[in-house]
Design a protein. Structure first.
Length: 466
């Protein structure tokens, strides 16, 4: 079937009373030279290709259109996202009520200028958003912001996260989730007992990092001890491979959290186990990159290389994480607090007074606060990063190395604050791989007001079970 423009084109050609049957494109055997000579229709093709001068370009574009499945309703005038290709932009194709998959379309330079002016296409020309071009992919941005080694590392890490995203969305994770609920006891090192889905995600990340040859040590929340991967890798990776997996069968958003450090070459003379542990116990001030990946209605890869926090969204059509939120800034104030307030009566007096004050609108910000709590750290933190407010766990439950340090690094690079209620998270020196502590993250002014209540760390910690 041809589009209307193609049908109109054919009507303008000379035609005889009897049109020959359609023949394969670019075929020299569609009809003989004698048969074509009796027809007033120009021959479509010869052995050397299309013969009619007007048909050559048209047939070529039609063949591309068929190959790319572009026979679809007209395009809207405003693009919604972009891909890494320097001359292409993504448009939603289809009409309301009958959506089609998003596909790539070439965009004229003038159109790209309009897109850029609308703020929908941040530039990939430089890491600070200045210059010409379409949005960067994650790997392109990592290369510009932090160098080739980190770009290679993030190319392999993003591949692992795509696999985990597919795993989380798969119907086969239901049985893994049920098996995970049966493992509620703590491991020997005080960490949460590994669950099947966590272990699969852990193996996916480990395998990708091994192939990158850029990571010497990987310390995971799922392992008792860090793994020494490669003697030449310049980086150390700490990660919680799949945060929130206990709720996976309820389709609650989950996420991967990670931090990247430089390898301490001065420790290379030590035994493998010792140098692996010491490399993993660096304070958050030594992070060179940190981020999380949110597996939800969209797959978001949020990362900071030390100069701003940036969010990339997985474009399933192009298979790339595309820069959609450059230089994320946490609002200085938010009207949301995120905490499990079913534990209200276990809280210290200062934290209870703060929550009572802000939700009545009697705090420093004269509006009533709302509670938003998902019980998935990455999801609650992502919302706080976008909208402001505070996300908190006042008891010593979250891991300093795998969760608190990377998220504090992100929120500080976005203009917010991270604290354990008394100290800046990034200034705390870890002494154990699975060390736990209270965690408060969010808008700078909200955090300052919260800390002014002094007594906000929960000392009662009965080990809640659901």
């Amino acid at each position: 079937k041809l589009r209307r423009s193609d049908r109109l084109f054919w009507r303008q050609l000379p035609r005889s009373t009897t049109r020959p049957p359609p023949a394969p494109l670019f075929s020299s055997s569609c009809c003989s030279h004698e048969e074509r000579s009796h027809s007033s229709i120009p021959p479509l093709a010869t052995a050397d290709g299309p013969s009619h001068p007007h048909l050559q370009a048209r047939l070529h574009s039609m063949a591309l259109a068929l190959q790319l499945h572009l026979l679809s309703p007209p395009l809207p005038s405003v693009p919604v996202s972009t891909t890494h290709h320097p001359n292409r932009v993504l448009f939603p194709v289809g009409t309301a009520g009958s959506p089609h998959p998003r596909r790539m379309f070439p965009v004229a330079p003038a159109s790209r200028a309009v897109i850029s002016q609308m703020g929908l296409a941040p530039s990939a020309g430089s890491v600070n958003g200045q210059g010409a071009g379409d949005p960067a992919t994650l790997v392109e941005y990592a290369g510009k912001a932090a160098g080739d080694d980190l770009a290679v590392l993030f190319a392999h890490l993003q591949y692992a996260c795509k696999r985990i995203a597919a795993l989380v969305a798969s119907p086969f994770n239901a049985e893994l989730g049920r098996q995970g609920r049966a493992a509620a006891e703590l491991g020997s090192s005080g960490r949460d007992a590994p669950k099947p889905l966590d272990l699969v995600a852990n193996e996916i990340i480990l395998s990708s990092l091994q192939k990158s040859r850029k990571v010497s040590v990987m310390a995971s929340e799922e392992d008792d001890m860090p793994a020494w991967i490669d003697d030449t890798g310049p980086f150390v990776m700490v990660t919680d491979p799949l945060d929130g997996s206990r709720n996976i069968d309820a389709s609650i958003p989950t996420g991967t959290i990670f931090g990247v450090y430089n390898r301490l070459v001065e420790l290379d003379h030590l035994p493998v186990g010792e140098k692996a542990s010491l490399n993993s116990l660096q304070s958050g001030t030594h992070l060179v990159a940190a981020g999380y990946v949110l597996y939800s209605s969209a797959t978001i890869f949020c990362v900071s290389f030390g100069s701003g926090t940036h969010a990339f969204t997985l474009d399933h059509t192009a298979g790339e994480f595309v820069l959609t939120h450059p230089f994320v800034k946490v609002p200085s104030r938010g009207q949301i607090y995120s905490v499990n307030d079913a534990r209200y009566f276990d809280w210290p007096d200062g934290l209870r007074r703060y929550i009572d004050t802000v939700r009545q609108g009697k705090g420093q910000f004269p509006k009533k606060y709302s509670a938003r709590y998902i019980c998935s750290l990455v999801a609650d933190f992502h919302r706080t990063l976008m909208y402001g407010g505070i996300v908190m766990n006042p008891r010593d439950h979250l891991r300093l190395v795998y969760e608190a340090n990377p998220l504090s690094y992100l929120v500080e690079n976005a203009g917010g604050k991270g604290s354990d209620g008394k100290l800046r998270i990034l200034s705390i020196q870890p002494v154990e791989l699975h060390q736990r502590l209270p965690l408060f993250l969010g808008s700078a002014e909200d955090m300052e007001e919260l800390e002014s209540y002094d007594d906000i760390q929960q000392k009662i910690n009965p080990g809640y079970e659901v």
